[in-house]
Design a protein around this ligand. Sequence first.
Ligand code: FPP
Length: 264
Amino acid sequence: MPLDALLAEIPPGHPDEALARQIQSDQLPAHVAIIMDGNGRWAAERRLPRVEGHRNGVEAVRQTVEAATALGLQVLTLYAFSVENWKRPAGEIGALMMLLKRYLRSELKTLLKNDIRFRVIGRPEGLPPDVQEELTTAIDRTAGNHGMIFNLALNYGGRTEIVDAARRAIEQGVAPADLDEERFASLLYTAGQPDPDLLIRTSGEVRVSNFLLWQIAYAEIYVTETYWPDFRRQHLLEAILAFQKRERRYGGVTPVAGAAAEVS
Ligand code: FPP
């Protein structure tokens, strides 16, 4: 039953219940992508080291994955580490890798229980070998699941992805005349998945930051002031409700209420 799984997780009377009941289950975005931002500012506001922001961000990841799967999304993509993030101090990178490994180890049971298919988008071969091992285990163990696809973008760049797709087209000997949008999309990291309908960015920044450049062509963008470590089911539901109020046009015209259907 649509939304039953979500409502079953919300204690009766909890403020999220009213939000959940407003969601139209037949108009859910198929794919939600999130730029998780604001971990550093969350920590700075508390006079804590940046790493504490990331540590608390892991709990937000955990709860968002659970809410997204209960909601019945087909795909959830989280931007965890970009190709540009290697410019950060070595200690911060090391802490992020350690948190990622720990998360995968501790959450694998939950991913399996929820029938989630875990995937990585990006260039995982550029990550430390011990992290790659943990990722491969999670990908392989969940490969036979049939529920939500959970993509984690790691060592990811939108332009890098497009370059990798172009390289693949050349390697596969694709003839120029055969290379249309559909074929090109099949060479991206997200091959076979619906494009994001909704792109959420936390912490108030209004930038795309080299994320899913090809795939967000028609995505609705929703920015919340909430810092990522504070992001919870409530914020995901609010973003989806805002999405459901928007008119998607895909380059067509805006329907005007009361206007004649045809102009003679
Ligand atoms: C952006 O905040 C956040 C990141 C670059 C990393 C996201 C990582 C996590 C949420 C934790 C680990 C992830 C998983 C999947 C277990 P920022 O540091 O750029 O914040 P700022 O803009 O406030 O400085």
